[in-house]
Unconditional design. Sequence first.
Length: 304
Amino acid sequence: MSTRIYFTEYGGPNVLQVGPEELPPPGSGQVRVELRAVGVNPFDWNLVAGVLKDVAPLEFPSVPGSEAAGVVTEVGPAFEGFAVGDEVIWSGFTGGYRTEAVVSAEQLTPVPVGVSLEQAACVPVAGGTAYSALKQLKVGPDDVVLIHAAAGGVGSAAVQIAQAFGASVIGTASEDNQDYLRELGAFPVTYGPGLAERVRAVTEEVGPVTAVLDAVGKEESVAATVELLPDRSRAVITVSGLHSQEAGIAKIRLLDGRVREAATLAAEGLLTFTISQRFPLIEAAEALEASRTGHVRGKIVLFP
Ligand SMILES: NC(=O)c1ccc[n+]([C@@H]2O[C@H](COP(=O)([O-])OP(=O)(O)OC[C@H]3O[C@@H](n4cnc5c(N)ncnc54)[C@H](OP(=O)(O)O)[C@@H]3O)[C@@H](O)[C@H]2O)c1
């Protein structure tokens, strides 16, 4: 018997419930996976809160969770591609907050040798989004990339991937995360009033900002981008809104193959996720509360 975290009405993290479920055997093209680590993302609590209820209402009961890693325990009939015992990364829209899952093999990526399941569970959203954004920006060795919200899941992955692509990085975070950004190799700057001037002071050392990834989408971050980046086509945002749209800042486009590419960077030692908080799966509501603060360093991971 598998265990799932589910909700039957929209609301805060306290609407989450824990319960058993009987999974069907895997059908054609499907595998059964024992999940060992599940990544937590801001999308999860937004989903539970009903962020999509007008555009794409959920069917209840619904299970949050867009990323996980685990081990294949059963494969569907006449299936080739994955075998029992394979370590896999699962990436999907919802449904990851479970101890076991029956999923389409198309949603799976092999865990590269040398990458732990805990790290692998963080690859799809933070790693895949950061990779997509930096490819969209065509970041290379001549770039100085400004990353807003550089201490979060997407931001901390982007700091590392941008450097792997040869760029220099200026990252914004609170005072508490300045040393953390320095450890990641970025030039840290605190956000808040005077942000653009502080970034400009750093550019005297590293050169002018040539590309921006905004992973917070605040009025302030958008204004700083507008002030610091003459070529607005080299800015991308993960949280599009009125300010960014008026400024002509493009929304992130998630690339096919991003999970495999980000996993490869992890295997090469170029991308490591800082797991700042770990929770048992059955404490998913506490994990969502922690994510909802908006001040997670790196990633939160659930353990089934
Ligand atoms: N469109 C997509 O496909 C897509 C994909 C992934 C993520 N997203 C969205 O992108 C956003 C970031 O995702 P995430 O997973 O990185 O979130 P996260 O891990 O929760 O990010 C938290 C980080 O944001 C920083 N932060 C908070 N307020 C800030 C501010 N005013 N200026 C700069 N940094 C600030 C915090 O730093 P301090 O603690 O130092 O304040 C913290 O490290 C979320 O809104 C998420 O929903 C969109």
